[in-house]
Structure formats: structure tokens, C-alpha cells
Design a protein around this ligand. Structure first.
Ligand code: FRU
Length: 487
């Protein structure tokens, strides 16, 4: 079969729009059995343009149904990023007896000739589970006199102070507002000056509580802040996080957040991610999805009629490590329901494991490997005809990495090819990697989700080979499981 005829880069289990451009995930909310995913969308082109909110829904976070566009530009501007919530108690007055959905988003208007653009926050509501939307007649509900970059409101109900809280990016900081009704907003505080990374404009913040080590009496607040591309930095756009305490008005960062910048992902392609609102308490998960691209080259990726995909939805947790709360990520468990087992080995030597891999082909799937000895290893995926994506652990360097230098098409941007690493110690003597591979992406969750890397790749369709190399061929592979996920 000739593979160059059809480069099907559309992920088997990653959301991408049927056609045209997509960037940030927006308005993620769970309501009446459905996970909603809205997204920054240009419905008339496959590069960034006048922003609309595209819309998709899923019952299991894996299979998505694309719905008509939810929000289109109007006299206040195009529709930039934002969030959505369930107004359970009709605080807005938009709903009768039934709860409904409210979207809170930025409207971006070009300024007058030669002047700066204007970014303000607006509302829309839906009484039919997100199928149709009405813009609020009093839009915009929040503007600012001085900030040019004033965008991406993420809103949540703060139970302890019985009010809505908005976290919104304002230049190089985030601003926190409060409101009884989503319409009238009061500034509570500003956070970010002199702390964290300021390599690019601050965008797409989020703020949510998580129990530390699952203990509900040890709650910490996690703040996500995405950092826009910096022309002189190879990393491009990426997302940092802070941990701390929050009382409804003020965020107080932990000591670790004052001294160390922590990224949610050490690959290049996980940006502008935020979490789902209103996941039922009996489920209790904090679910996250990111845009699987990078402003460095997002407009040039070689996918054709569509451009832009999301990461897999992930569950976020906090774990205490050396005295500080660290963010842990794992793929949302629903994906496991779609696995078809291809290989399952227990306690074999590295040589035996690699012999078994030689016969397998994997285009879209999952690999889980556990080595008992903290040894360096190199796993090649999507390999064939001079192509390979290398996922490795280096014991000497104490890091896990993805090397996409020879992964496939990379000539669309000089900084696309490369190797990306995250620190990972194998202090407990085991190296454990969970790798999600799809038609144009690799996501690595190492050490139980402590070190995460997400990278786009563009291999030929026929590059589906696998191989494993461990320095000591007699080293023990405690387990190796491979699943097909060609959904
Ligand atoms: C982040 C971002 C947001 C903005 C949107 C515009 O990727 O720049 O700050 O709202 O994209 O599409």
C-alpha cells in the first residue's frame, strides 16, 4: 500500500474539528450526562482568523459529536476564549425553574485605526443543553480601562463564600473578580507580579481546589497560567502552574511556587488547557484538556483541511513530594474501555520483550512498560523507512524524553524537530512509562503521571514499527502491555 497518497493525521481518539482551524478548548462543562467542549474556531479557513466557538459533546470523553457553531462574532467583536458554568440556582435570572448553561467569554474588537484592540467579557446562555445560545442583552459585562490583554475568563462557584469567582488574564498577571450573579463583577485581587514565568503574555488561567494525596482535609488550590510564545525562546507557548491557598478573594502561593517555575507538560504541544466545570461531586474528578499545538508553528502544521487537535482528556491530582504539592496527570480512565490488547508480558528479560515487539504494528494505541531496575531504556514508536519517534528514560540524566527529530514531516518550521525532556527520578527503583500514540501525536505519562510530555509528530501512515532497547539485555521488564486504540 502506498502511504504517501493519504497522510491521515487525524487522531483515532483525539478530538479535532472535521475541517478548518481550532485552537484553545473553551467552555468545558458537564451537564445532563454530556461533556461539552467548545473551542476557538475559524470556520472559514485552516489558519487562525475571526474567532467563533465551535462545539462538540461526548458522553465518555473519547467519542465526540461535533455540533453547529455555538457563538459567532457580533458588534462587540470576535469570540475569544472563556468558560461555561451551570447556573443551578438561577443567579442570573436567565432561567425559569430549570438550571441552564452560561458561557462567559472574551469579545475581541479591533481598535480604531492605529489604536489598540479592545477586549471585554460577555455572557451568553442556553436553555437547551448548549444546542442554541442567546447573547445577554447587557453585554459586555466587564471591561477594563488600561489592560489591552484582558481575556480568557474562567468562572466557578466558590462554595465557601457563596459567590461566583472569575480568574481572567490581564497583561502579565491574572485578576480575580467576584459576583453574585455573573453580571455584576467586583475586583478582588491581582496575582502574578514578580512570580512565575513571564516569558510571554499571560493567557487562559484556571483556578480550582484539589485534595493533596486524596485527603479532603488537605486541600490546595491550583492555578494554571498559559504563557504565550516568545520569538526568542525555542519552547514557544506553554502552561505553568502554581499551588497555594484561596479564600474567595486572594490567592496565596506556596513557598515552592515562589521559587520554582513548574510546567504542566514538558513537551511542546499542550497549551491553553483548562478544566471541566460541574463534574458531579460523586465523580469528583478534576478533568483537563489542552490544545495539542504550539503558537510557534500552529498555523503551519501539515494536516490539510483541518488544523488543531486536543490532548486526551486527563485527570489532575496533587501529590505531596518532598514537602510540596505537585501536579499529577493521567489520561481519563474512559479511554481504557476502548483498548484491544495486543501484547501482555510479565517479568521477562529486556531481550525477550524486544523480540516480541519486532512483530507488532501500532498506529494508534497505548504502551505501558515497567522496569524494575531504574535502567535507561529507549522505545521507538511509529518507526519505518527512516522514521522513528524515540521515547526514552535516561538513568544517568534522570530524565524522560521524546525525541521527534526523525519522526516524520518537520520541514514546516525550523524549531519543530527536536528532543524534549522532563526530570524524573527513579528513586524507588522503578521506571514506569505510559505512552499514548496516535496518528499525529505522542503523550508520555511517566512515573505515575509525575512527568508528562506531549508532542505532535507527522510520520507516514505506514510507519507503525516498534522496538525496545535496554542497555542490559538481561534487565528485568516487570511488565509490558500494548493496546490498540484505533477507535
Ligand atoms: C490563547 C489565546 C487566548 C485567546 C485565544 C484567541 O491561545 O491567545 O488568549 O483568547 O487564543 O484565539
Amino acid at each position: 500500500m502506498s502511504t504517501f497518497i493519504s497522510h491521515n493525521y487525524r487522531g483515532a481518539y483525539h478530538f479535532s474539528p472535521k475541517e478548518h482551524w481550532m485552537n484553545d478548548p473553551n467552555g468545558m462543562v458537564y451537564f445532563q450526562g454530556e461533556y461539552h467542549l467548545f473551542y476557538q474556531h475559524h470556520p472559514f479557513g485552516n489558519t487562525w482568523g475571526p474567532m467563533h466557538w465551535g462545539h462538540a459533546v461526548s458522553r465518555d470523553l473519547v467519542v465526540w459529536e461535533e455540533l453547529p457553531i455555538a457563538l459567532a462574532p457580533d458588534e462587540f467583536g470576535t469570540i475569544f476564549s472563556g468558560s461555561a458554568v451551570v447556573d443551578w440556582n438561577n443567579t442570573t435570572g436567565f432561567f425559569g425553574g430549570e438550571p441552564g448553561l452560561v458561557a462567559i467569554f472574551t469579545q475581541h474588537a479591533e481598535g480604531p485605526e492605529g489604536g489598540a484592540p479592545v477586549q471585554r467579557q460577555s455572557l451568553a446562555y442556553s436553555t437547551d443543553a448548549g444546542r442554541t445560545w442567546t447573547k445577554y442583552a447587557g453585554n459586555p459585562v466587564l471591561s477594563h480601562d488600561t489592560f489591552v490583554d484582558f481575556r480568557d475568563p474562567k468562572v466557578f462557584w466558590h462554595e465557601a463564600s457563596s459567590q461566583w469567582v472569575m480568574i481572567v488574564a490581564c497583561g502579565q498577571t491574572v485578576c480575580l473578580y467576584r459576583s453574585p450573579n455573573l453580571i455584576d463583577w467586583t475586583l478582588s485581587s491581582e496575582f502574578g507580579e514578580g512570580i512565575g514565568s513571564h516569558d510571554g503574555v499571560w493567557e487562559c488561567p484556571d483556578l480550582f481546589p484539589l485534595p493533596v494525596d486524596g485527603d479532603p482535609d488537605q486541600t490546595k488550590w491550583v492555578m494554571l497560567v498559559s504563557i504565550g510564545d516568545h520569538p526568542e525562546l525555542a519552547e514557544g507557548s506553554r502552561t505553568q502552574y502554581f499551588t497555594g491557598d484561596f479564600d474567595g478573594e486572594l490567592f496565596r502561593p506556596d513557598a515552592v511556587s515562589q521559587t520554582r517555575v513548574r510546567w504542566i507538560d514538558y513537551g511542546r504541544d499542550n497549551y491553553a488547557g483548562v478544566s471541566w466545570s460541574d463534574v458531579p461531586a460523586e465523580d469528583g474528578r478534576r478533568l483537563f484538556v489542552g490544545w495539542m499545538s504550539n503558537w510557534k508553528y500552529a498555523n503551519q502544521t501539515p494536516t490539510g483541511v483541518w488544523r488543531g487537535a486536543m490532548t486526551v482528556p486527563r485527570e489532575l491530582k496533587l501529590e505531596l513530594r518532598q514537602g510540596s504539592a505537585e501536579l499529577i496527570q493521567q489520561p481519563a480512565r474512559e479511554l481504557e474501555g476502548y483498548r484491544k490488547e495486543l501484547l501482555s508480558l510479565k517479568r521477562v528479560t529486556a531481550a525477550q520483550a524486544s523480540a516480541q515487539l519486532a512483530d507488532l504494528q501500532l498506529e494508534s494505541g497505548e504502551i505501558r512498560i515497567r522496569l524494575g531496575s531504574g535502567q535507561s531504556l529507549e522505545l521507538k514508536v511509529r518507526a519505518g523507512r527512516g522514521q522513528e519517534t524515540v521515547i526514552g528514560y535516561s538513568g544517568a540524566a534522570g530524565e524522560v524524553y521524546i525525541d521527534r527529530t526523525r519522526a516524520g514531516v518537520a520541514d514546516f518550521h525550523p524549531l519543530f524537530a527536536g528532543r524534549h525532556a522532563a526530570a524524573l527520578d527513579a528513586a524507588d527503583g522503578t521506571v514506569e512509562l505510559r505512552i499514548l500514540i496516535d496518528r499525529s501525536s505522542v503523550e508520555v505519562f511517566a512515573g505515575g503521571g509525575r512527568a508528562v510530555l506531549t508532542d505532535l509528530i507527522y510520520p507516514d501512515q505506514a510507519s507503525t514499527g516498534l522496538s525496545l532497547k535496554v542497555d542490559d539485555e538481561e534487565a528485568l521488564v516487570e511488565s509490558l502491555d500494548i493496546y490498540d486504540l484505533s477507535i
